[in-house]
Design a protein around this ligand. Sequence first.
Ligand code: S3P
Length: 436
Amino acid sequence: MQITDKYAFHGELSVPGDKSISHRSIMFGAISKGTTMVTNFLQGADCLSTISCFQKLGISIENQNSHIVIHGKGLHGLTAPSKILNVGNSGTTTRLISGILAGQHFESTLDGDDSIRKRPMKRIFTPLTQMGAEFSSWNPSSFPASLQTTDSGCAPFTVRGGKLHGIHYNSPVASAQVKSAVLLAGLYAEDITSITEPVLSRNHTELMLSGFGAEVTSDGTTASIKPEPKLEGQNIHVPGDISSAAYFIALGLLTPHSELLIKNVGINPTRSGIITAVHAMGGNLSLINERTVSGEPVADILVKSSSMHGTVIDGEMIPTLIDEIPILAVMAAFAEGTTTIKDAQELKVKESDRIAVITENLSAMGASVTPSDDGMTIKGGRQLHGAQIHTHQDHRIAMAFTIAGLNASGETTLDDKKCAAISYPSFFEDILSLAD
Ligand code: S3P
């Protein structure tokens, strides 16, 4: 696909439903009694992987596009899968489902694509093993024809669930996926389970599980859960995904003579660090019509072309904008002055090594980027030129560099535009619909 700088962008759009919340709606609906109805579900490849895994665990799920109906079977209603659970590209599916599978009296084997096979799973194996589950990773080159164990701590792997006991886990990483895996296993434990993170990560699990009837409490960076709650099916309306809105926030701010209204976006404070960062960079962004939907704060976001300047993004902010760092790095390259991103070593274990891949692609466009072990320094203000972008099949890289290409001189080409469908199937159509 070729991307050029000849457009301005105006109008309104609604981005697709939040990926994190969509995954959780399927999982929590499956282990609740009765029907869960989900509207504005994200029909992206990752969330479809979650649906297919729970179908293999014996849950009937109707995908009607406009809504999803899950016929939940309660905490103990899942049945042993007869096939490998294919998690595709989805780290969220892999880690959260493992927490649930840790509490089942059967074994399950999970596998995914090349990217998922490289992502670290020891971070969930460690606490879930302490609770009583067992994990074995298999050598991918001989899998599934023959099962040779490896200590890679990656997929493919088998989880043998069983009787769990509650633990208090001090997590070395601020990760909502680790926190959620431990809390979900805690539903099946004999006593209370709690987890403390170094910095608070997104809290959708705590909010939504409480809505389904679990007793979850949060105190600072510690979340605790009581076992064996009565979970009941719910109606969930998924807010628009701020991580998808982020590309349109950047598009409206960076492109001259542009103004965009992005409607119904989730602005949960554990997710909305991009708003703080954009304000710190001098971006003209305002929140309109703030309200609460299905327990989550939501607003419309208005952005107008702005001249932006550099900032520092670090510390407690990082988990609140971790998925937005590719597009923030793009904004930083167009802003005047220096932007420093620190404390973001988690970027190295996302769908690609995002420190390396952002550096590679921004440099190819003529930006000044110095990578570090936990982030990067970007000296902004240079005129960027079009380039051949290597997405490494990472959806967020493909989308962030589309926005960069729309503001660079000359043509930009993506080696793979299809990967955007992991989280945003209509991304390119939505951009075109706003172009003047
Ligand atoms: C997610 C948590 C984050 C985020 C991912 C979705 C979730 O990952 O990057 O895209 O839904 O819990 P970590 O928990 O690994 O930080």
